[in-house]
Design a protein around this ligand. Structure first.
Ligand SMILES: Nc1ncnc2c1ncn2[C@@H]1O[C@H](COP(=O)(O)OP(=O)(O)OP(=O)(O)O)[C@@H](O)[C@H]1O
Length: 305
């Protein structure tokens, strides 16, 4: 369990984290989202004692990180996989980490097997690919068999097989009752992996809810319809919003596919297509963070007009 109360971090005049409260619960995967500069890394660094809060605080399993006698056994952390640039082998790297934390070598072999590093465990870490480095970072996070895991962009650089592996791993860890906090910019991946989402924007919590609730909050699903009689359809669908789409179809908001089909049948409106379109976590996320992006790309205005 991770609990933040009025957690604040200022760098000079810049407020990176602005008095936030949240709880990350055990037994589920919590996704940590937000635009670049929203304060995710700063928050994660404060959780594991790498940054000091300006005010407020955060505890892991009931205590500030620094007060844990054996922090590696409480919290496993992957913050910057590239931080390990060493001439040592993966095995030696993990073994020395284990030795300084009183963890037996048998556990080193276990995490190497768990993360699929067996064939490269004796090779120099300096020569690892980004994906292998990520796996090594995850192996180090798992070393102490911790109840809480904090993984910043764990799928960064992984191939599709690796992405699926991380998803299954974190889902399995949560199913064992552990607390898992996971950041990623890949929304489709997050939608498949997380149970709960916390969205940050400019240092504040914009949303803290189950994934399904966040998606529903974006305005819900729409129905895509193609008909040669769009005007008649709009009249048949009083109360719903019918918007023309660029390809000649229309988008219906505020009615289910069943309602649209039945209303069309009752009025004798011909339908060539009737497709329910579920809104995605990505759409919900973009709607939530539309006003909070610190570094915005130029909009292609011609397309918007
Ligand atoms: N050491 C620092 N000194 C000054 N400002 C900092 C420092 N670290 C972070 N910041 C600023 O604090 C804000 C939050 O940064 P942070 O790295 O926590 O965001 P983030 O959500 O992790 O972003 P990203 O998705 O890009 O990793 C940003 O405006 C950043 O420029």
């Amino acid at each position: 369990m991770i609990q933040a109360r009025a957690l604040t971090k200022r760098y000079g005049a810049k407020v990176a984290v602005d008095g936030i409260d949240f709880t990350v619960r055990p037994g589920q995967v919590t996704g940590f989202l937000g635009p670049n500069g929203a304060g995710k890394s700063t928050t994660m660094r404060m959780i594991v004692g790498l940054d000091r809060p300006t005010s407020g605080g955060v505890t892991v399993n009931g205590r500030p990180y620094a007060e844990h006698r054996a922090p590696l056994r409480e919290v496993g952390v992957l913050l910057d996989a590239k931080a390990v640039h060493t001439g040592r082998s993966a095995f030696k790297h993990l073994q020395s980490l284990a030795a300084t934390h009183g963890i037996p070598t048998a556990r080193v072999h276990e995490v190497i097997a768990l993360t699929g590093l067996d064939s490269v465990a004796r090779k120099r870490v300096g020569g690892f690919s980004l994906g292998m480095g990520q796996r090594l970072g995850i192996a180090a996070a798992l070393l102490g068999d911790p109840a809480t895991l904090i993984l910043d962009e764990p799928v960064n650089g992984l191939d599709p097989e690796g992405v699926t592996w991380v998803r299954q791993l974190v889902r399995g860890l949560a199913a064992e009752g552990r607390t898992v906090l996971l950041s990623s910019h890949l929304m489709s991946e997050m939608a498949q992996t997380a149970d709960h989402i916390i969205v940050l924007g400019r240092g504040q919590v914009l949303a803290d809810a189950p994934v399904a609730e966040i998606i529903a909050g974006a305005g819900g699903a729409t129905v895509r319809v193609r008909t040669p009689q769009p005007q008649l359809l709009a009249e048949a669908l009083r109360g719903a919003t019918v918007t023309p789409l660029p390809d000649g179809a229309v988008s219906v908001h505020g009615a289910t596919a069943e309602t649209v089909g039945e209303a069309a049948a009752a009025r004798g409106v011909v339908l060539h297509e009737l497709t329910p379109i579920a809104s995605s976590l990505e759409e919900a996320y973009l709607a939530l963070t539309a006003d909070e992006v610190e570094y915005r790309s130029a909009q292609p205005e011609a397309v918007l007009r």
